[in-house]
Write a protein that binds this ligand. Sequence first.
Ligand SMILES: Cc1cc2nc3c(=O)[nH]c(=O)nc-3n(C[C@H](O)[C@H](O)[C@H](O)COP(=O)(O)OP(=O)(O)OC[C@H]3O[C@@H](n4cnc5c(N)ncnc54)[C@H](O)[C@@H]3O)c2cc1C
Length: 511
Amino acid sequence: MTGQRVVVIGAGVGGLTAAALLAKSGFDVTVLEAHVYPGGCAGTFFHKGYRFDAGATCAGGFQAGGPHHIVGELLNLTWPIRKADPSWVVHLPDRTITAWGNEPRRQEEHARHLPELRRFWPIQTNAANVAWEFAARLPEWPPRSLGDVARLIPKLRPNMLPFAPLALMSIGQVLDGIGVRRTNHPTARTFIDAQLLISAQTTAEHANALYGSIAIDLPRAGTYHVRGGIGNLARTLADSLTAHGGRIIYRHTVTRLRRLDDGTFNVDTNKGQTFHADIVLANLTPWGLANILGEQTPSGLQRELRQRGSTWGAFTLYLGVPNDALPTHADHFQIVQRYDQPLGEGNSVFMSISEPDDRLRAPEGFRTVTLSTHTRIETWWELRQHDPDGYQARIEQYRDRLLDAAERIAPNLRQRAALIVPGTPPAFQRFTRRPGGMVGGFAMTSLLTARSPHTGIPNLWMVGDSIFPGQSTAGVTAGALRVAAEVQRSAGQTAHVARRSASARKAEFAP
Ligand SMILES: Cc1cc2nc3c(=O)[nH]c(=O)nc-3n(C[C@H](O)[C@H](O)[C@H](O)COP(=O)(O)OP(=O)(O)OC[C@H]3O[C@@H](n4cnc5c(N)ncnc54)[C@H](O)[C@@H]3O)c2cc1C
């Protein structure tokens, strides 16, 4: 049945992907976005002549069979992207390893710098091939009903069987099994940990091996620059939404979501408006959803919030830097300062530089630089509430840590930068509306406990990086494909996403 009213709360990549897919298949879709532009953590903001990527800077999942590619086909989109090679360069304390997309170059690089991992790569690559192929069939994971199980079974293949044990193992166990332990091979373990932290929100010891195989595979699968900033992914989706009859309303923060006796919803905004909906998609974290549900928060969601600890936040720096102060051999770098300290909190820093010829990003002769590190949110909030001077001092301390790391790539960055703007967890809360400034979703430690999009309230779904498969523009796109298919199915449609999912055509992944 088409014409059903769908309200999507939030114009992040997850929300917009689901919104555009549903608008194309005939739903009456309205997206309510608190901010003045779309994209959330993958948005691009304008400041003093620069367009800075707020969070995400490096996009994957556009290869054939990848989530963005599938959505591009379904919506007939042309993404504003260009392939990056190398994907990034990893600077460890004592060596530098380039993450080439090009197969022979990557293999040669690994063989030269990380010979201890030679037995790991074949296991990893074969697992990733199987995992990508499975993901391209849009599996109903985690299954929550007999219907999900019935749809899931035909998507399993015999070639997955040898990799089944990995579904229950961590990457760390795989590495331990081939003798690559932290005690005897700290360099190799740190190299793997650093990549997992940015793409699975946890390190090898805890990251699920099958999920982690996709995370580690990113350079091989391909990463991409987005022209004009990563926010142009969200803008492309917003254009598709409106072209298919949907609408996006900015500056409207949803303050209350009420389920009515007939099972429909009223969605109230800070502008005093109420939108009526048959179906609601919340592009929110579980904390954000509970905030607007108030006393209607289902007991399961309340329990979840009591049980879950806080997730990572981010500390970021946004810089405007003259071209001649920056390297040209790569645009993304991961810098680890010490082997004997945990990653995050400035000991691992991701650095992204806008493309030299992307004139949309910076004034003539300049480029934007984004630096980010994982950080625990609690201390930031304590200091902000009780010790404003301590809060400022902590900003300075983290600023120095990030700049120290970045100056390994671009010496004199401090002196040469025309502009340095910090971003803390409280700033992320303010600009992305994510409670606590918790970003990046949940650590992918177990496939069995992965969060489903179900909320405990019929016709209210979650999208975004809190649901499986979690963080990244590609991850939230995969989650949105599943939710769009389920919404279509429950509305009695078989068209569009649901049909693609059902036909589960042979994956075309060809890195
Ligand atoms: C520092 C950092 C670096 C990252 N690097 C990468 C990277 O390089 N590559 C990558 O792929 N991913 C990266 N990520 C992760 C990626 O950005 C996110 O996983 C993804 O963008 C989250 O999308 P989402 O759909 O969950 O929505 P979000 O980005 O959370 O957006 C939600 C939207 O909803 C709006 N909203 C929230 N509450 C309300 C409300 N009550 N009413 C109305 N609107 C509301 C917000 O304003 C926001 O626009 C990074 C993240 C961070 C923070």
